[in-house]
Design a protein around this ligand. Structure first.
Ligand code: NAG
Length: 336
């Protein structure tokens, strides 16, 4: 004999799960005006202070920018800058002055900035061999490096367009006739130095072709210690970018004049690129950038405005919730 009660339980266990009956306990929030207003108020109170703090950090950064690519070409050569830059017999040295308008605390980062330089072009980005950078000439499959792969049948290390077009302007800084020490170490990511560029890989047959693309490398120094190359090889996603050149480890005072002696070697003239030199301090948030601060403040202010508008609407048109007489069809039958 089966117990009818037990049979009933069995059916309930198998067929009538709470899940299939859609009666699981659940959170069903009802967005009443009170809740909506509180949430917007809360967002405003969070975002506005965060925005102000970020903006303050950005404003505390002192930055000097100097565009030098035009001024550094002598006036007589400015109609044809390309043949000027390509003529190796003309010395390319140039002096610029940078005036410090606000006290700058060390370390002061030195960047070069290139504009209109598409390091993100598909053919350019792919023209490198990460395995070769790590293992050197032992690694043979460098077809990805086209068109800078071989020189007279010999492999080029480091191969590819990115390495070939290495930036080759150089800068020295003088203040009151004394040279400012520039620290050029630790400008690349540590992970790149340790894991991506070989400690036993030395340049080979680099910039030996007929067309020179840019900077040369020291043949005796392993790639993992040639930090300018490592910085350059981390390609930029946008056509305007800054790359770290070094750091000045002395404070600069108001009204100091820094004389920059530079070698204007790199050819950006053939594609209308700009070259700028940037000196910048940094804050806990990095360099000067007001975007994040402005975005937070805009979001915070719009939330506050919405909270106020909703409060006013709520006070003016208050009504009980869940009253079906407000439904349009009910209203029609009421009036009609
Ligand atoms: C620097 O790079 C340019 C190409 O942009 C090249 O023509 C020039 O020979 C290079 N100069 C030096 C000194 O490496």
């Amino acid at each position: 004999m089966t117990d009818p009660n037990r049979e009933r339980y069995r059916i309930r266990e198998t067929a009538f799960y709470l899940f299939t009956q859609q009666s699981l306990p659940a959170c069903k929030p009802v967005l009443t005006p009170g809740w909506v207003i509180t949430i917007f108020l809360f967002m405003g109170l969070i975002f506005i202070p965060v925005g102000l703090v970020t903006l303050r950090a950005s404003h505390s950064v002192v930055e000097i920018v100097d565009r030098y690519d035009i001024e550094c070409v002598p006036e007589s050569s400015r109609i044809d800058k390309i043949s000027y830059i390509q003529d190796d017999s003309i010395p390319k040295n140039c002096s610029r002055f940078m005036k410090v308008r606000k006290y700058m605390k060390a370390p002061i980062n030195i960047y070069y900035q290139l504009d209109n330089y598409y390091q993100n072009h598909r053919r350019y980005v792919k023209s490198r061999s990460d395995k070769q950078l790590l293992h050197g000439r032992k690694y043979h499959d460098t077809s990805s490096c086209q068109p800078v792969e071989l020189n007279n049948g010999q492999p080029i290390v480091p191969c590819g367009l990115i390495a070939w077009s290495l930036f080759n302007d150089s800068f020295t800084f003088i203040r009151e006739r004394a040279e400012l020490k520039v620290n050029r170490k630790n400008i690349a990511w540590k992970s790149d130095r340790d894991h991506k560029f070989g400690k036993n890989v030395h340049p080979f047959s680099f910039q030996n072709g007929t067309l020179i693309g840019g900077g040369k490398l020291y043949p005796k120094i392993p790639l993992s210690d040639q930090e300018d190359l490592i910085v350059w090889m981390r390609t930029s996603a946008l056509p305007s970018f800054r790359k770290l050149y070094g750091r000045i480890e002395e404070d600069l005072d108001v009204d100091d004049v820094i004389v920059v002696n530079l070698m204007n070697n790199y050819n950006t003239y053939s594609f209308g690129g700009k070259k700028k030199l940037v000196l910048s301090t940094s804050s806990w948030l990095g360099g000067k950038n007001n975007f994040l601060g402005h975005a937070c403040i805009i979001v915070g202010c719009s939330s506050l405005v919405l909270a106020i508008v909703f409060t006013l609407l709520h006070l003016k048109y208050r009504r009980p919730y869940g009253d079906t007489s407000y439904l349009p069809w009910n209203r029609k039958s009421l009036s009609g």
